[in-house]
Design a protein around this ligand. Structure first.
Ligand SMILES: Cc1cc2nc3c(=O)[nH]c(=O)nc-3n(C[C@H](O)[C@H](O)[C@H](O)COP(=O)(O)OP(=O)(O)OC[C@H]3O[C@@H](n4cnc5c(N)ncnc54)[C@H](O)[C@@H]3O)c2cc1C
Length: 387
């Protein structure tokens, strides 16, 4: 007896990794994404993927797509620097991702993950609700009035997950008090000197600026044209990503509309008098935004085991400070894929594997959220989220 059709809600990093793994295992899968297409909805930012997550990608993706991840990814070796705002070095030993981790751009990775899935991915399908039917199926209802039915539904629909709200309505999101402005500046030798290694932190009075380099091993569109012809991959420059943690009481933190329009000016105001290299880095940014981070107001509780489950941020929304959300989502995808493949081969029973998966997911996921909160203390000791 096969597992039947798996419906994955959300074509983000976790949902797409799961879909590739299931295709490889011969399981029938469909992905439903709220966005209208693969376009650039939000800015790409750099993610550090540790060896276990890179291994999940190797095991899940068709070889050419995995090769594209490898050749476009960047190095994270070298010292982690701590500067003051005049670029005096305070430490060369800042914690960061392990040296073997790779830097990937989230949007480039997502474009690669969308490769080869063809019409298994449906866009403009915003999940509105779902029902577990008596005959052993799950029906997803979308905002456009259409429906889809399968034997398992996986909520991979991110931090504001509709699927999670269906399974655990009592768990809400809270404002972490953490407000950050983020930008991306094309690399120059001058800016690269600010981030010679795995990451740089600049501690000014009451403000922290974090820098990370995304130096593509190969420019993604050129590498895609050679390795995976036909894959839709826009041109991208290497960049230095910067995130300024904005004090929660600053007007920008309470007026998100205004903040989004003039985030760069806001950041330049906040770093007035800082070293010219830092001010020019921000001034040359090609995009910029201010946003507030949210975390769950309590650990994710267990839910009655059925044909609906979760993965990634939908189950464990972590603060970016932990640098572990995507890494954890990849682990979820690998474990759920292995479990569903066993069911598909007739080796195990569906509900019992989904129960075991849920136990493992909650243990790892809640630990990942806690890790992100603890890591926040390194950046801003006094926010609500880090208490
Ligand atoms: C600045 C920043 C830096 C980060 N750095 C790191 C890092 O270094 N390392 C790391 O491991 N993690 C990092 N993260 C976290 C990481 O980006 C996330 O944890 C990861 O993207 C989660 O993947 P996901 O598949 O669960 O969700 P997402 O990638 O968010 O995907 C969710 C998808 O679901 C879709 N969707 C939402 N609602 C619906 C709906 N109702 N119906 C259908 N589709 C829907 C969305 O459009 C989206 O495509 C960082 C995050 C930020 C913001």
């Amino acid at each position: 007896m096969t597992v039947g059709r798996v419906l994955v809600v959300g074509a983000g990093l976790g949902g797409l990794t799961l879909a590739h793994g299931l295709v490889r295992a011969g399981v029938d899968v469909r992905v439903y994404e709220a966005d209208d297409g693969p376009g650039e909805r939000s800015q790409g930012y750099r993610i550090g993927l540790a060896p276990p997550a890179m291994e999940v990608l190797r095991a899940s993706l068709p070889p050419r797509l995995h090769r594209l991840v490898e050749v476009t990814s960047g190095s994270l070796t070298g010292p982690g620097l701590l500067f003051d705002e005049q670029l005096t070095v305070l430490s060369r030993d800042l914690e960061g991702p392990p040296a073997e981790a790779r830097a990937v751009d989230r949007q480039v990775l997502r474009r690669i993950l969308l490769g080869d899935l063809g019409d298994r991915v449906a866009y403009a399908k915003r999940l509105a609700g779902l029902t577990q039917d008596a005959e052993g199926t799950v029906t997803a209802r979308f905002a456009d009035g259409t429906r889809a039915t399968g034997q398992v539904l996986v909520g991979a629909d991110g931090g504001n997950s509709v699927v999670r709200r269906n399974l655990a309505p009592e768990v809400g999101l809270v404002d972490s008090d953490l407000c950050g402005a983020m930008g991306r500046t094309p690399v120059t030798d001058r800016f690269l000197r600010l981030v010679p290694g795995r990451g740089t932190m600049v501690k000014g009075p009451g403000i922290t600026l974090m820098l990370g380099r995304m130096q593509f091993g190969r420019e993604p569109s050129e590498a895609a044209a050679e390795i995976a012809p036909g894959l839709d991959m826009p041109y991208r420059d290497s960049y230095v990503r910067w995130v300024l943690l904005v004090p929660p009481e600053h007007p920008a933190a309470t007026d998100p509309g205004r903040a989004r329009d003039d985030a760069r000016e806001l950041v330049l105001d906040l770093i007035d008098g800082w070293h010219p290299d830092l001010r020019d880095l921000v001034r040359s940014a090609d995009m910029s935004a201010v946003g507030r981070s949210k975390v769950y107001d309590r650990p994710m509780p267990s839910w009655p085991v059925g044909r609906v489950t979760l993965l990634g941020d939908a189950a464990h929304l972590t603060l970016a400070s932990g640098g572990n959300g995507a890494n954890t989502a990849m682990q979820d995808a690998a474990r759920l894929c292995a479990s569903l493949a066993e069911v598909d081969r007739g080796e195990r029973e569906l509900i019992s594997v989904l129960g075991a998966y849920q136990d493992d997911l909650l243990e790892r996921g809640n630990a990942a959220v806690e890790f992100g909160k603890q890591a926040l203390k390194r950046f801003v000791p006094d926010t609500a989220a880090s208490q």
